[in-house]
Design a protein around this ligand. Sequence first.
Ligand code: ZN
Ligand code: ZN
Length: 366
Amino acid sequence: MRPGDIWDTRGLRLRRVRDRLHEARLDALLVSHLPSIRWLTGFTGSSAFLLVEPGSATLITDFRYRTQASEEVGDGVSISITDSDLFSGLARRLEDSAGGPRVGFEDHSLTVRDRRALGESCDAVMWEASGPMVDELRSTKDPGEIESISSAVEVAESVLADFLGAVCEGVSERDLAADLVHRLRLAGSESIPFDPIVASGPRSALPHARPGERKLAEGDLLLIDFGARVAGYCSDMTRVFVLGAPAPWQVEIHEVVASALHSAVAATEAGVPARDVDRAARDVIVGAGFGDRFGHGTGHGVGLEVHERPSVNARSRDTLKAGNVVTIEPAVYLPGRGGVRLEEMVVAREGGPEVLTRFPLVLREL
Ligand code: ZN
Ligand code: ZN
């Protein structure tokens, strides 16, 4: 993609935010959630506000990012450098603003203290919680974004294939996790989207296990949940392996989870309520008698953040849209014995799913 195309894309995104502002009868929107600022402007620094008004967009950042902002931010967004904190910079910008007094703010990304600072620094403004307006727009990915996510999936999968060669009895979860991160970085992952989960034996039954000192032993299940990041976009996948020959209970829960996964992936389609996708997975697990062993939602959106909209769980009010990229990750956890979670990344399309992950789902013996 040429730089001009990227700026066209960002211009289009800003136009869509302005349409939302108009619908919500707001005069401006203060974007404070950094992934959303990146999505709208290209700015990747760690300190910024973006003020979107009907006729302008202003990135407010501090002096540390003067050069970076001018390199990353294209036409259509002006840059305002503050010598003090972001709130003072924002106050000055709002004093100059020709717009009206009703300004939306992202209530999900500001702390209570930030909210107070907004009120104190800009008292002429009527602040209104806008909800996750930009996050909602970000949940529908364009072809360029899906390409970046696919590249992140490819990096992760190529690493996993080699990494399995390093897995053997006696090595600790912590060492394996460190090795995995190292390989991901060497293979082109810009950073890691989250610390990998490498959980062995009974610890595979802990949904968010931190890699620990436990050493792998014959007969263990080994659960690996990890991802890569390319052009800012994340991947997130889980596979489970077994050291040596699997026991019948390990084969059974792996088959149940694989079947729940297939059922939910098949249901992932534009126009379908996300909770129906969750139900497709859950029905299989409940039907197999493991309903009380799957305590979390079936999946989540992935993009510039590893957890974003839409939510795929029983309480979700989201309806899948074409271009949503979600994980499907059903599981069965047997406390004290072990667990299986399998996680795929899927694009919701009109008429059916497009699965981005390709790594085999079989319970492979290591
Ligand atoms: Zn995961
Ligand atoms: Zn996930």
